[in-house]
Unconditional design. Sequence first.
Lengths: 111, 116
Amino acid sequence: DAKTTQPPSMDCAEGRAANLPCNHSTISGNEYVYWYRQIHSQGPQYIIHGLKNNETNEMASLIITEDRKSSTLILPHATLRDTAVYYCIVRVAHTGNQFYFGTGTSLTVIP
Amino acid sequence: DAGVIQSPRHEVTEMGQEVTLRCKPISGHDYLFWYRQTMMRGLELLIYFNNNVPIDDSGMPEDRFSAKMPNASFSTLKIQPSEPRDSAVYFCASSFGSGHSSYEQYFGPGTRLTVT
């Protein structure tokens, strides 16, 4: 699976949009982009995933560049409960379902 | 659904003792994963099962570690003998497999293991 690069940490003001970038320049055509987050002491939680098109759900939006070499997770109105480590993962959907988590981005939402 | 259930939530044991961690996946999921998380190494995949069969155990650190899945609703991760460097949070996760486009994994609350 392709390697991803994320900034180690970010801050965001409460109520503002949090934009978390991820670089996956070696992504293959059949690899999906997944985002998970881990709130302190809890298990990782699925947020969203996509292949080519931008995606939106009740938690977040995922913007994938046209060349698919990078993506941005957007939390439209960050709250204190969004403080967590966010992981960007790329994987081929049919290969055994395993995910390889990197170091992620530690997002701190500031009151 | 109650989600992925793990027990115990906390385990403190002495070096050399056997430790057994337990996991009940979400009903209907056919994949089960065991992960270990430490500050130094982050979240590591140890082993995963498909339809109760171990598929890839290349992440299991040593022969002291073993995992079983006797049926679709139960799995164990055993460490024998335990060592202080095994101290970590162990997560179990489950997911649907083929035929589902998203494959997202659902994680349990974890077992915090401390070996003294």
